[in-house]
Design a protein around this ligand. Structure first.
Ligand SMILES: Cc1cc2nc3c(=O)[nH]c(=O)nc-3n(C[C@H](O)[C@H](O)[C@H](O)COP(=O)(O)OP(=O)(O)OC[C@H]3O[C@@H](n4cnc5c(N)ncnc54)[C@H](O)[C@@H]3O)c2cc1C
Length: 456
């Protein structure tokens, strides 16, 4: 790619910052990667990414993009212990109360803990030519040109007491500081408009623990995900990860369904959502470490593409642009898709870069946002927020999930859409819609039992 600038600053060395930095080294002579946390290779949970203690599913599309950006990374991850699974063949998925047919979908998934994945990407990023890591820096604002038409850098503070403030100059600033990203506030402080924000309050509680599962279970399948259903707004993800460990994440909507942090409460909650074989394995597992909890209040999407007078030289990516209910496992894949979008936008040169990127990134977010919010809306507590269109979509999705329990092609197509490999309209193809209808008739005739909550 042609060089279009001298210095780019990436704020945040999480998933989206690492991926953006990778792409920017193709177009800028120097790229500085800033973070509050130290930027080094340890595969350990860290303060700036508290969600890193919870199961992080890398969807198939995300894995493909990451391999494209870092050729050979999949092999390295696997050599170091990451697990390759074949959804749905050895990754069981219970969606809408139906266990989908366990057929291959034509793609693989990489399973590891979040710190393990992040540290491997970081190691690769740190070797990129022109890349300088700058940990221990807290970004506190933007600097702007006198005519207010161009962002010229950022203000950062260093040190424990935040006593030293400095301004770092750059041609391009990319905010990848995650959910708490403060670009809207920084713009406001400069007297510039904030982007419109869409917020969908979900109040999901998480509790996770690393475990060593009994061999009889561990040898049978590599992962299971159980999604929430209207009469049980709870879910579970159990993934085999590096080092022969499994990570179990429990999740529930609204206070009384938030999973607890004590051992007995954790197992009791698991009993309310796990199929019997999984519950038996969890009961017999050896816990490795403490139970970590996390509270996720709302999905938030920021519409920078609607601000035509945004100053040049400023982009926003990852959770700082759009943060999804994590229960659908889309965040890291979206960060990867936005890195691809950034690469394409940079390839078209500097003029119009800001708006070109935000428009393309917004288009890339549309389908996953609709899928995630649409799935939330299927739960009764969000009944008041449904429109006619979301009601129809939810009703059809329920039929697709039920059909996926008895029809291989429907199961495969549904999961390819949830892995962001195919667009959602593939579920409306006449051939597939006909299979959904046919399965519904078979369901009614056979009354296929729904996955019940065995512990209750
Ligand atoms: C409980 C939970 C489970 C999840 N499970 C999944 C899953 O299964 N699959 C999936 O794909 N996604 C999942 N996600 C979402 C995923 O974690 C995010 O989408 C992803 O981390 C976004 O990456 P990011 O780089 O934008 O932000 P982050 O990874 O959060 O990184 C932000 C970085 O910015 C730094 N930073 C923040 N503010 C500043 C500042 N002012 N100055 C300097 N540095 C700063 C932080 O230290 C951090 O390094 C989950 C999220 C949660 C909460």
């Amino acid at each position: 790619m042609q060089q279009i600038g001298e210095h780019a600053l990436v704020l945040g060395a999480g998933m989206s910052g690492l991926l953006a930095a990778r792409v920017l080294t193709e177009a800028y002579e120097r790229v500085t990667l800033l973070d509050r946390d130290p930027i080094h290779g340890d595969a350990a949970p860290r303060r700036g990414v508290p969600q890193g203690r919870h199961a992080h599913v890398l969807l198939a599309r995300g894995g493909e993009i990451i391999e494209d950006l870092f050729p050979g990374i999949t092999g390295e991850l696997v050599a170091d212990g990451a697990v390759v699974s074949h959804p749905l063949a050895d990754f069981r998925f219970c969606a809408g109360g139906h266990t989908l047919r366990q057929v291959p979908i034509g793609a693989t998934m990489l399973q590891s803990t979040r710190p393990f994945l992040e540290s491997h990407l970081r190691d690769r990023v740190l070797t990129l030519p022109g890349l300088t890591p700058a940990g221990g820096r807290d970004v506190v604002g933007l600097s702007i040109a006198d005519d207010r038409r161009r962002v010229t850098g950022v203000r950062v503070v260093r040190g424990r007491d935040a006593s030293t403030e400095e301004t770092l100059a750059a041609d391009l600033v990319v905010d990848a500081t995650g959910r708490a990203g403060r670009t809207p506030v920084w713009l406001q402080v400069l007297g510039l408009p904030r982007p419109r924000e869409e917020e969908f309050v979900v109040s999901v509680g998480y509790a996770s623990r690393l475990m060593r599962l009994p061999r009889d279970y561990a040898e049978r399948e590599k992962a299971i995900a159980v999604g929430p259903v209207p009469d049980r707004p709870r879910g579970l993800a159990l993934l085999e990860v590096e080092g022969g460990q499994h990570i179990v994440t429990l999740a529930g909507f609204e206070g009384r369904h938030h999973p607890p942090a004590d051992h007995d409460g954790f197992v009791e909650f698991a009993a309310s959502v796990s199929p019997p074989d999984v519950l038996s394995a969890i009961r017999r597992a050896e816990p490795l470490g403490e139970i970590a909890t996390y509270r996720y209040q709302s999905s938030v999407r920021r519409h920078y593409e609607e601000l035509p007078n945004l100053p040049d030289g400023l982009l926003v990516t990852g959770d700082a642009l759009c943060s999804f209910n994590p229960i659908y496992g889309q965040g890291m894949t979206l960060a990867a898709m936005q890195a691809s979008t950034l690469r394409n936008s940079l390839a078209q040169g500097l003029p119009g870069l800001t708006l070109r990127f935000f428009r393309a990134a917004s288009r890339a977010v549309d389908d996953p946002w609709d899928l995630g919010v649409g799935a939330d809306l299927a739960l009764p507590q969000f009944r008041d927020r449904r429109t006619l269109s979301t009601r129809l979509t939810s009703a059809y999705t329920r039929q697709v999930q039920a059909a996926g329990a008895i029809d291989d092609q429907v199961a495969r197509q549904f999961v390819r859409v949830t892995h962001l490999l195919d667009p959602p309209d593939q579920l409306l193809r006449p051939g597939l819609a006909w299979r959904v209808l046919r399965a519904r008739t078979a369901h009614l005739a056979r009354r296929v039992p729904r996955l019940s909550a065995p512990g209750r």
